[in-house]
Design a protein around this ligand. Structure first.
Ligand code: SIN
Length: 291
């Protein structure tokens, strides 16, 4: 039986999990401790896990069913969303300005994976397969910490607001008109509550990020200004954990409770290959929070 050791990485979010070899499979008690740590800390860091695609899928499925990537990601049609500057067929570095690299630039905006889907995801797992010698960290911001520290009047104002999430909007911020009409039609905008409650511990979190286009019933400019104000508040350094990757790291995060963003590296000089699996969410968790 594994001896799970959970060490907080910041006072607000993220914990490192030691004492576990994910590649060897997990007994039920070990799994229960990991699942509880996920609900509590929102971001879990496992170092030195030599995962391949098969073992990543097996561990990811402990959290629930997996999304199948549908988008322009090179791994479309599989449970993987590949985050890489390498051509999936040749392994060569993709030139700057190539549509595949422009598409990935939106990952550098704070976002919650799949918030643009009718049922947003529960969480994501990112496995570091090839890591550049410098740069390419991933940052996570606690939307629980952000919410908890808002003035009471703001909490009352935003408690029952609905946000429209639109995949095309996140790409428009990088390059206006990036998606074709056909691509836009594949992902029509969806509506989600701005404040969500965790079903286990009841903690409230802001649910927004780069796909959050505007607020229903509010002029678009006013809604975007409010979303920006909330984002600026919730991504202050005290709510952020930055993960500097080593090969073999696995980071698991709760898309209901954190936003994340990629950070730059020299993508013409160094290689970076991260494999992401994304866990399907539960529609029952989308009920607006009564305040
Ligand atoms: C992602 O946005 O899911 C990937 C982040 C990263 O590549 O650092």
């Amino acid at each position: 039986m594994s001896e799970v050791v959970v060490t907080r990485l910041t006072p607000v979010l993220a914990a490192r999990i030691d004492g576990v070899d994910i590649t060897r499979g997990l007994d039920d008690r070990t799994w229960a401790e990991i699942r509880a740590a996920f609900e509590e800390h929102s971001v879990l860091v496992f170092r030195g896990q030599a995962l391949d695609d098969e073992s990543q899928i097996a561990f990811s499925r402990r959290f629930g069913s997996l999304e199948v990537t549908r988008s322009m990601n090179p791994a479309a049609g599989t449970p993987f969303a590949r985050q890489s500057n390498l051509d999936i067929k040749t392994g060569e570095v993709i030139p700057q300005g190539d549509r595949r690299m422009v598409y990935q630039l939106a990952n550098m905006l704070w976002h919650s994976d799949s918030s643009f889907k009718p049922v947003p995801s529960l969480g994501s797992l990112l496995s570091a397969r090839i890591v550049p010698p410098k740069g390419g960290a991933t940052e996570f911001a606690s939307m629980r910490g952000g919410y908890a520290t808002l003035p009471e009047a703001t909490k009352r104002r935003i408690g029952d607001l609905i946000v429209v999430h639109d995949f095309a909007w996140s790409r428009d911020q990088v390059q206006p008109g990036f998606f074709t009409d056909k691509e836009r039609a594949e992902y029509p905008p969806v509506r989600h509550p701005l404040v969500r409650a965790n079903p286990i511990n009841g903690r409230l979190a802001l649910f927004m990020g780069a796909h959050a286009s505007h607020i229903e019933g509010m002029p678009v400019g006013e809604g975007r200004a409010l979303l920006k104000e909330l984002l600026d508040h919730a991504t202050q350094p005290e709510f952020v954990y930055r993960h500097d990757w080593r090969k073999g790291d696995l980071v698991v995060w709760d898309n209901r409770a954190v936003l994340h963003r990629a950070t730059p590296f020299d993508s013409l000089r160094y290689k970076r290959l991260m494999q992401r699996t994304t866990i399907s969410g539960d529609p029952a968790e989308l009920a607006p929070v009564a305040r």
